[in-house]
Design a protein around this ligand. Structure first.
Ligand code: AMP
Ligand code: ZN
Length: 502
């Protein structure tokens, strides 16, 4: 099929025809989680969005290398670049664990959650701590090209020098060099080591209490958070690659600084297309743990939250996420979940009917009717080609659902459409539901449902282990009692915890 895909490019703030750098190949880098706490639903929304994008690129026949990193060092409290504690280091200090134990625990939890949401694994999942050498080399290249300076063992990126020469600093986030220059005069005195307040650390000298540190030409220290993504995307996708993604909260400073670093190190733009997902809200407000306006994925699956009236299945939540466009905010409310659940069942039920239809060939078709059906099938692909517009895809599918139901109830004769059109109809629905949208028919597909259950149990066992490690006995008892009520037994053994169902 001809490639008609267009993508909204945050860098240019326009929708552009997607033309990969190397024909038929796509390199895509997505900023992964910082593994210092349980993955939250907002993160899941972003990763589900990129999963659908990945799946659609695959379905169009592209050979995709999808790189999604794990941030396990350098991401500081308050998302600042220097002077604050490392998020993972802090958790390790509080729990008296090795930082890598924290990283392993929350990476496991993240992977279990990604399986529960039926996302495909990325092609490469690099960790920042595994790429310290590459990061040191990149800092050196930035210094060699005159875009960095060292002060007291830390290395900073010279944003003003860079912005004057390359004129790309601020392009993604819309900051202009004049703003940065004004800030120079007003804020400089507050930033003792930096030449300019907008400069950011790319290598940070560690104080002796810092748990994660490495030798470098400048100090025993650790790399800056922004640097890891520049170094790992370059290593696995090259100096120029196709797509870079993440949540829109990462546009500034994280992505802006990534672009600066790549230019700074090699004089080239990293990604051709920048894609940003929008944030998850609950009841119209930003989902936030601190003011109680938050819900965990586990609470959604068990129904154990004041914000919802019942439990919702992971596939239902995935469907719910796909009902809004990745660039729009997604507002989670109980009513919208209830409505989505009904719609999800209606779609799955209709698909079950559709896949069972058997055409006996021959017979005269109703030309106008057939044309309408073909038009809607083609529209599903056109909608997806239009910046991965999943809500419009679903709306089109819901125009087809009543037609399936009419054929099912014999209000319309199946032979109003040709055998070839029926085949196309069946194949497109299958492709969209399972391969592109990544949904699983929980009711109809016992095997898949069991797989989801395995993933869920892995997650629940993981949550129980966390609560026990935190001495949160109330939660661990609640999990055990809740499972017992469902006739699920947990067995703790040397090799870990296993489960069985009566
Ligand atoms: P973090 O673990 O905070 O580094 O975030 C991992 C990914 O999740 C990033 O791409 C973030 O932009 C994204 N993200 C964080 N919070 C939300 C949210 N509330 N809604 C959607 N995406 C989010
Ligand atoms: Zn990143």
């Amino acid at each position: 099929m001809e490639n008609q895909l267009s993508i909204y490019n945050s860098l240019n703030r326009t929708k552009e025809k997607f033309e990969p750098i190397h024909e038929n190949h796509v390199g895509m880098y997505v900023c992964g989680p910082t593994v210092y706490s349980d993955v939250h639903l907002g993160n899941c929304r972003t990763f589900v969005s990129f999963d659908v994008i990945y799946r659609y690129l695959l379905s169009k026949g592209f050979k995709v290398r999808y790189v999604r990193n794990i941030t396990d060092v350098g991401h500081l409290e308050g998302d600042t670049d220097i002077g604050a504690e490392d998020k993972i280091g802090k958790k390790a200090r509080l729990e008296q664990l090795e930082p890598m134990e924290i990283v392993q625990r929350y990476s496991n939890g993240f992977h279990a959650m990604m399986r529960v949401f039926n996302t495909l694994e990325p092609s490469i999942e690099p960790r920042a701590t595994g790429h310290i050498i590459e990061q040191i080399e990149m800092v050196q290249s930035i210094l060699d090209r005159g875009y960095g300076y060292e002060k007291n063992g830390s290395v900073y990126f010279d944003t003003i020098g860079f912005a004057k020469k390359e004129a790309v600093y601020g392009k993604l986030s819309g900051r202009v060099i004049d703003d940065l220059l004004v800030e120079t005069r007003t804020d400089l005195k507050h930033q003792s080591e930096k030449n300019h307040p907008s400069d950011f650390a790319i290598w940070i000298k560690a104080d002796p209490s810092h748990l994660m540190r490495w030798n470098s030409p400048w100090s025993v220290g650790f790399p800056g958070w922004h640097l890891e993504c520049s170094a790992m995307s370059t290593k696995y996708l090259g100096k120029n690659f196709d797509i870079h993604g993440g949540g829109n909260d990462l546009k500034f400073p994280h992505h802006e600084n990534e672009i600066a670093q790549n230019y700074g190190a090699c004089g080239c733009a990293p990604a051709k297309y920048w894609l940003h997902t929008n944030m998850l809200l609950m009841n119209g407000k930003k989902m936030s743990k601190s003011d109680g306006n938050s819900i965990t994925p586990a609470q959604l699956f068990t129904g154990d939250s004041e914000h919802i009236s019942k439990a919702y299945s992971p596939m239902m939540i995935r469907f719910f996420m796909l009902q809004s466009h990745y660039r729009s905010t997604l507002d989670l409310t109980d009513e919208s979940l209830l409505a989505a659940e009904k719609a999800y069942r209606r779609l799955m039920e209709a698909n079950g009917h559709l896949q069972n239809f058997k055409h006996s060939g021959g017979a005269a078709t109703d030309e106008a009717y057939e044309e309408r059906i073909i038009g809607l099938i083609e529209l599903m692909y056109l909608n997806m080609d239009d910046d991965f517009n999943t809500p419009r895809v679903l709306a089109t599918m819901f125009e087809l659902v009543p037609e399936i139901n009419k054929i099912q109830s014999k209000a319309v004769d199946l032979h109003s459409i040709s055998a070839a059109t029926l085949e196309r109809f069946q194949a497109s629905f299958k492709e969209f539901i399972y391969d592109i949208l990544g949904l699983v028919d929980e009711a109809a597909e016992g095997a898949n449902a069991n797989e989801a259950l395995d993933g869920l149990m892995e997650l629940i066992i993981d949550l129980r282990q966390h609560s026990r490690a935190n001495k949160d006995w109330a939660t661990s008892d609640k999990i055990r009692d809740g499972l017992q009520a469902l006739k699920i037994q947990l067995k703790d053994g040397k090799e870990g915890t296993t489960w069985s169902k009566e």
